[in-house]
Design a protein around this ligand. Structure first.
Ligand code: NAD
Length: 512
């Protein structure tokens, strides 16, 4: 049954207007943007062609040549202003994320909060782009390293964090003295237009305060994969930061490498948790429920595999099934619903295919059915699925971007750890335990092989401050916190001779 509801398209147009996006950009184009909540069309955007993409890259390159000369703390001031714009527009942008991606309000707002947090982080960083002073073997010499701006940073982003991923890259790249060109997911172009418009406001205020910002410092390219490819192949883009599926990374990585460009790859995960005999099961239940079902399983860090110790298996799985049964799936904009829609039909088809593969392999499936949330055939809601499997094979080893949790019973900790690491992906992981030896082993060199390893916290929900990313088919990139900024700069080693002789290193003699 189809129920009537106020037009999301009207609400979106109003939000975009308040963010400063020109309304004429929303009509008459060939890229149809839909809300997964109802399946309705929100806008028809014009896409750019390859020539326009190349022009944006050339402009960004010219902008870089000027921006790199602006002192880093002044560059930080632009990001401070961006943070202020995001604070003022938080409700609007958060709501837009919810409408365009189907996230519940606290997650839509949380995404904007993450953008604000990375701005704060980057402002501080703008005074801390430290190099080193290094001991030299030569008298009256000094050796040091200096970090310099790199160039145009090409940002390719996925649909599921449509604006946070841009901000992670944009905030760091800009304080590091780079310019940016962004190719957002073709499924989430509206939030991208809003973020760029808010950035433009920050630029305007920076200029009003007497600062100089070159045209083309940041631009957004609305388009599909072919436009992403223009960025990937362009010699004036020394760094590509690409977030998305492993299939995308497999295509992008070698192309960037072929021209000796640098890539930060943030690709798919197949995240697991181990629930041991001593786990605090109340806490574990909450941690597992959010990580596996939250965001309808559409986080790169969503929990997809769960290893549960024999001694707690029956009782814990019974409780988990109750939670799966009682969670409400439906319109994410309505209070009370915790799980919104899948992004589109392709995601639903992949979810169904994974479940039928799991069934064929002997898995016991709980949930996973399509749900009618009252919006008709173009909205894809599913109940979260819990699948008990005897072995980790086939579909369990793949990332299916939907709320499917495979559960495997274990009796031996080392065997659970072996299975934990026996998948091609290596993004995020966790252990629920009160046993110090198990916890520390999980975090040790022979423990989790992922970029993120947690204790008594689910694998999803990272915060700004830590480096974010993963190993193996997750691509190896690190973004956001810690020293991730170094990937956006080039390092120069400098040796200065302040004496009157010219000693050569390693005692080499060359007297002329
Ligand atoms: P996707 O791979 O379909 O698309 C991601 C982006 O890459 C889009 O902008 C797309 O247009 C572009 N693209 C695809 N192929 C390209 C190519 N050959 N050249 C240039 N650009 C190309 O991913 P999606 O469905 O939007 O997002 C879901 C995936 O992203 C999941 O696998 C998820 O795990 C992953 N993800 C990873 C992280 C992380 O930080 N590791 C974060 C979010 C999402």
């Amino acid at each position: 049954t189809k129920i009537s509801h106020p037009s999301l398209a009207d609400e979106v147009a109003a939000i975009l207007g308040r963010c400063g996006v020109d309304g004429t950009a929303l009509k008459g184009g060939e890229l149809v943007v839909k809300s997964p909540i109802s399946g309705e069309t929100l806008a028809r955007l014009k896409t750019v062609d390859a020539a326009a993409a190349e022009a944006a890259i050339e402009n960004a390159h010219s902008a870089f040549l000027e921006w790199r000369l602006v002192p880093a703390p002044k560059r930080g001031e632009l990001i401070r202003l961006l943070g202020e714009e995001l604070r003022s527009a938080k409700d609007d942008l958060g709501r837009l994320v919810s409408i365009e991606v189907g996230k519940i309000p606290s997650e839509g707002l949380g995404e904007v909060q993450e953008m604000i947090d990375i701005c704060d982080f980057a402002v501080g960083l703008s005074r801390q782009l430290y190099g080193l002073t290094i001991a030299t073997e030569r008298n009256e010499h000094r050796m040091m390293e200096t970090w310099h701006p790199l160039g145009v940073t090409g940002i390719i982003s996925a649909f599921n964090f449509p604006v946070a991923v841009w901000s992670w890259n944009a905030a760091l790249a800009l304080v590091c003295g780079n310019s940016i060109v962004w190719k957002p997911s073709e499924k989430t172009s509206l939030t991208a237009l809003a973020a760029q418009a808010l950035f433009n406001r920050a630029v305007k205020r920076f200029r009003q305060k007497g600062g100089s910002i070159p045209e083309g410092l940041s631009s957004v390219l609305i388009g599909a994969r072919d436009i992403g490819e223009v960025l990937v192949d362009h010699p004036k883009v020394p760094l590509i930061s690409a977030t998305g599926s492993t299939a995308m990374g497999r295509a992008v990585g070698p192309r960037v490498a072929a021209r000796f460009g640098r890539a930060i790859l943030e690709l798919g995960g197949n995240n697991a948790a181990i629930v041991t005999a001593t786990a605090d099961l109340d806490l574990t239940l909450r941690g597992v429920a959010f990580a596996a079902m939250g965001t309808a399983g559409q986080r790169c860090t969503s929990l997809r595999r769960l290893f549960v110790h024999d001694s707690v298996y029956e009782s814990f799985i019974a409780r988990l099934k109750k939670a799966y049964d009682s969670v409400s799936v439906g319109n994410p904009l309505e209070p009370g619903n915790l799980i919104g829609p899948l992004i589109d039909k392709a995601a639903f088809d992949a979810q169904q295919a994974a479940l039928s593969d799991a069934k064929a392999a002997g898995g016991k499936i709980f949930g996973g059915e399509r749900i009618d949330a009252g919006f008709g055939k173009d909205a894809y809601y599913v109940s979260p699925a819990l699948v008990e499997v005897a072995e980790q094979t086939g579909t369990v080893e793949k990332e299916t971007f939907a709320p499917i949790l495979y559960v495997i019973r274990y009796s031996n900790f080392d065997e659970a750890l072996r299975l934990h690491n026996a998948v091609p992906q290596g993004l995020s992981s966790s252990i629920f335990t009160n046993d110090l030896r198990e916890a520390e082993t999980f975090l040790s060199a022979r423990g989790s092989d992922c970029g993120i390893a947690n204790v008594n916290i689910g694998p999803s929900g990272a915060e700004i401050g830590g480096a974010f990313g993963g190993e193996k088919e997750t691509g190896g990139g690190r973004e956001s916190g810690s020293d991730a900024w170094k990937a956006y700069m080039r390092r120069a080693t400098n040796t200065i001779n302040y004496g009157r002789s010219l000693p050569l290193a390693q005692g080499v003699k060359f007297d002329i």
